[in-house]
Design a protein around this ligand. Structure first.
Ligand SMILES: [Zn+2]
Length: 118
């Protein structure tokens, strides 16, 4: 597996950026986050200095937010953050383990290169 720099979700392409500072991940509200998706700017920002499995989980978590946002049934079923965050966390863990255990992806030994622009 190579760390992707973009992902297309139902025809919409999001740029994926990797940042060394967690405050850069949420550059709008300046919260310390591991990952953040911005639907308007179509950007997913990921905190880079984390173990590769955690990085995969963070990436998948944000991609699932994108999938849920673009799927009306999922969006309606999981409206509140209280419901959607634990649900996405659980789904992310299960999918990450499934991919690794079945050899569908192999985690890179190195972290992705840092994104130089924000
Ligand atoms: Zn989330």
């Amino acid at each position: 597996m190579k760390y992707p720099t973009e992902v297309t979700i139902r025809g919409v392409t999001y740029q994926i950026q990797y940042h060394d500072e967690s405050l850069e991940v949420d550059c709008e509200l300046k919260r310390e986050l591991l990952g953040r998706i911005n639907h308007r700017k179509r950007v997913i920002r990921i905190y880079r200095p984390q173990p590769s499995f955690d990085l995969l989980e963070t990436l998948l978590h944000e991609v699932l937010h994108g999938v849920f946002a673009r799927n009306q049934a999922l969006n309606l079923a999981l409206r509140s953050d209280e419901v959607v965050e634990p649900f996405i966390d659980a789904l992310t863990s299960e999918l990450s383990l499934l991919f690794i255990e079945n050899g569908w992806i192999t985690l890179p030994k190195q972290q992705p290169p840092a994104t130089t622009h924000s």
